[in-house]
Design a protein around this ligand. Structure first.
Ligand SMILES: *[C@@H]1O[C@H](CO)[C@@H](O)[C@H](O)[C@H]1NC(C)=O
Ligand SMILES: *[C@@H]1O[C@H](CO)[C@@H](O)[C@H](O)[C@H]1NC(C)=O
Ligand SMILES: *[C@@H]1O[C@H](CO)[C@@H](O)[C@H](O)[C@H]1NC(C)=O
Length: 473
């Protein structure tokens, strides 16, 4: 590491809270490693920053500052434009303002030395090149998904059908084979503009001076080693994770505190935490079936329940309905599970729940953010992927790292109550299911090893700290 020259790292997170959190943790680690690094967040978006974004950014140390660019105007895009189309235009249309920021930083004598963008932010590299600033990518997901992204330009050239039509899985060095239908959803429907922008981004990855990935060597040893082989035509890859939200949440609402109090009264590792993340929604039918399955499992559970969606494949970016999710529950469910079940509408202090000793399992949508939070707390998983790259994450967690059970959907895409009960019992205790019980124990032991690994790699001489220190920004 060059000690003499001050580094000033500009970070542009792609719109959306989930991606801001790991970036904030990255910024904290960068200023922690030496006293000459400063960081500026440049926040872009279609609308003004949310209160949550502002609160997070305003609470950071003084060597991390933030600039909020004016919202871009996307009213000319068709209303059917997919999220990737919108993100791509947001980044491109923010470039003129980004130039202005780079110029004024230069006038203040604080010229940026590096630009770090998100997985879909490579259009900002245009500005980095103009100002001769080194461009980097921070990939907030795992190395298996990154490998797929790096391979996408080649797939784009060689495959003529839709990826879900592929009869053979895509096999990449060191990675779990990915079947076509599990591929990240922005790469499905190749005639859609959203796909075009995904492919375009992936083609620009080779312009980066380095790619930082939110993973660590003990979690994905083979995928990481394969990407670090010398002589490959791609930038060096630095596993610097797990970067997760460590900040304690203040101002918890009464209901949230109630759920922590309830956890205090439960036996060690006895509670299954159920949450599909800030974006995940289930249909009313699926909420009902999940409830019946949880009831049938006889296990304790803490369930964050959100308003239902209308279609099984809907996601974060569809408008959420206003239906009260409690109306989807089977009649009498809350009374029958009183004491062993706790249901909270909308939001819960996830980091505190996963760190609580009573929590013994996590039924999750497999968002990488939530997955890493579970890993640092050693809580084994039930994988129930919904959208984005979550099916790829679920395969990695169940087939390769082996820290998760997979909940399988029946035909018409609904996970039935019997299946819910099977995986919940299997993970939590294996009662009546000899093989599942054995597997449950294996998953628990493996998750404990990953937790220890996660802790080790972030120590001063750990592999993720060393990888970060190799970066000269
Ligand atoms: C990631 O975790 C943080 C902290 O628990 C949470 O606030 C945020 O909403 C999560 N993001 C996603 C996309 O789940
Ligand atoms: C956005 O652009 C459209 C033209 O594409 C224009 O009619 C509209 O006034 C603009 N909106 C704002 C808020 O600038
Ligand atoms: C969701 O699924 C329905 C039926 O399978 C399909 O018609 C629709 O286009 C899908 N929506 C999205 C956003 O993929």
């Amino acid at each position: 590491m060059e000690e003499s020259k001050a580094s000033h790292v500009v970070i542009i997170p792609t719109p959306g809270m989930g991606h801001l959190i790991p970036f904030v943790e990255l910024a904290k680690r960068l200023i922690h490693r030496d006293s000459i690094t400063t960081v500026t967040f440049v926040v872009i978006g279609e609308g003004p920053p949310t209160i949550a974004q502002r609160t997070v950014l305003d609470s950071l140390p003084s060597s991390i500052s933030s600039v909020f660019l004016p919202p871009v105007n996307l009213t000319d895009l068709p209303s059917t434009a997919r999220i990737l189309t919108r993100i791509s235009h947001t980044v491109t249309r923010s470039n003129p303002e980004l130039r202005r920021v780079f110029n004024s930083l230069a006038e203040e004598g604080r010229s940026p030395t590096a630009l770090v963008v998100d997985l879909f932010g490579t259009n900002a590299f245009d500005v980095a090149h103009e100002f001769q600033v080194s461009p980097y990518i921070f990939y907030p997901s795992n190395t298996n998904v990154l490998s797929f992204f790096l391979h996408l330009p080649r797939l784009d050239e060689t495959v003529s059908c839709e990826f879900w039509e592929l009869t053979e899985p895509v096999k990449l060095p060191g990675c779990v084979p990915v079947s076509g239908k599990d591929i990240i959803d922005t790469a499905q429907d190749r005639k859609n503009e959203g796909y075009k922008y995904t492919a375009q981004d992936s083609k620009r990855y080779k312009e980066a001076k380095g790619i930082l990935v939110n993973s660590f060597i003990e979690l994905e040893p083979n995928a990481i080693k394969a990407l670090q082989e010398p002589g490959l035509d791609k930038p060096p890859v630095y596993p610097i994770g797990p970067l997760v939200n460590t900040g304690k949440q203040e101002d918890n609402e009464f209901e949230e505190l109630q759920c922590l109090k309830w956890l205090d009264d439960q036996p060690l590792s006895s509670v299954l935490y159920v949450s599909f993340g800030s974006g995940g929604t289930l249909t009313c039918e699926q909420i009902n079936e999940l409830a019946l399955g949880l009831e049938k499992s006889d296990q304790r559970f803490l369930w964050v329940i959100r308003s239902p969606s209308s279609a099984a494949n809907s996601s974060y970016f569809d408008s959420h309905s206003k239906t009260d999710p409690l109306t989807c529950l089977p009649p009498g469910f809350l009374e029958r599970t009183k004491g062993r079940g706790f249901v909270i509408p909308s939001w819960a202090p996830q980091a505190l729940i996963l760190a609580h000793p009573s929590t013994g399992g996590f039924l999750t949508h497999c968002g990488w953010n939530s997955t890493l939070e579970s890993i640092v707390n050693g809580v084994p998983l039930i994988a129930w992927p919904l959208y984005a790259e979550q099916k790829m994450n679920a395969m990695l967690l169940t087939e390769d790292i082996r820290v998760a059970f997979r909940a399988h959907a029946g035909h018409n895409g609904v996970v039935r109550k019997e299946e819910v009960a099977r995986v919940v019992k299997g993970l939590m205790e294996g009662k009546g299911l000899i093989n599942e019980g054995k597997k449950g124990k294996g998953v628990r032991i493996k998750m404990k090893e990953m937790k220890e690994g996660a802790c080790r790699v972030l120590e001063d001489d750990g592999s993720s700290t060393k990888a970060l220190n190799q970066l000269v920004f």
